[in-house]
Design a protein around this ligand. Structure first.
Ligand code: ADP
Ligand code: MG
Length: 224
């Protein structure tokens, strides 16, 4: 499903140049559950954003289902993303003006689903994520953990083939974190490909495979 070859990402400003990714190559097969681990600042979010078509690499190749993604303009990336990918942002990215139900419903609106079916599906996923009692609340009225649960509900509601999650349990207590990991695991068992960034060894144990990143490169093992 994912083939990455010599991927590079350099952030340039007038004063500094940051090599966030340095010749990163790996593949993820359909139906795999892969965890990306590594210390803060090593390029995990940069890599996931590129995989999620939220950003372009500065070099190398990224193929998604056999199609080259690097160099695509933002419109094409957005269209492919909406059809294929559910993204859980490290910083939630909820829309402040929409309540919980409306935030979760957004991907279904893009698909043109009927109002009755949307209502049913959003109700189901809100129950699954323990957030039904807050359906009329706005993001600013929720705790960090509740916002994370809404963000995850929005990422999974359209049943995407690929879920990319950036530290999805980072803001949750252990019970809610466990719920999220069980949900990702269940989706994966039903065929969804999952790539998850995490700091947490316990969360990584849900994955079939771990990719260790250090200073923008893949390493066999993380230095202590
Ligand atoms: P991680 O998610 O592993 O903590 P990031 O991918 O967020 O790390 O960042 C990797 C490196 O790239 C860091 O050194 C960070 O400062 C830099 N970086 C990330 N985003 C930008 C940006 N938009 N502009 C400049 N540098 C950035
Ligand atoms: Mg990060």
């Amino acid at each position: 499903m994912i083939e990455v070859l010599n991927l590079q990402k350099v952030f340039r400003s007038s004063v500094v140049e940051t090599w966030a990714l340095n010749d990163v190559s790996f593949q993820v097969a359909d139906g795999e559950f892969v965890a990306i681990m590594g210390p803060s600042g090593c390029g995990k979010s940069t890599l996931l954003n590129i995989l999620g078509l939220l950003d372009n690499p500065t070099g190398g190749s990224y193929k998604l289902q056999g199609m080259e993604m690097s160099g695509l303009d933002e419109n094409s990336r957005t269209n492919i993303r909406k059809g294929l990918i559910g993204f859980v942002f490290q910083s939630f990215n909820l829309i402040d003006e929409l309540n919980v139900r409306e935030n979760i419903e957004l991907p279904l609106l893009y698909m043109g689903m009927s109002a009755a079916e949307r209502h049913r599906r959003v109700g189901e996923v809100m129950d699954r994520m323990n957030i039904s009692h807050r359906e009329k609340h706005f993001p600013g009225q929720l705790s960090g953990g509740q916002q994370q649960r809404v963000a995850i509900a929005r990422a999974v509601i359209a049943e995407p083939r690929l879920i990319l999650a950036d530290e999805p349990t980072g803001n949750l207590d252990s019970v809610n974190g466990q719920d999220v990991m069980n949900l990702l695991s269940e989706l994966n068992q039903h065929g969804t490909t999952v790539v998850m960034v995490t700091h947490n060894r316990h969360d990584a144990s849900y994955a079939n495979r771990i990719i260790n990143l250090f200073d923008g490169s893949i390493v066999e093992e993380l230095p202590l």
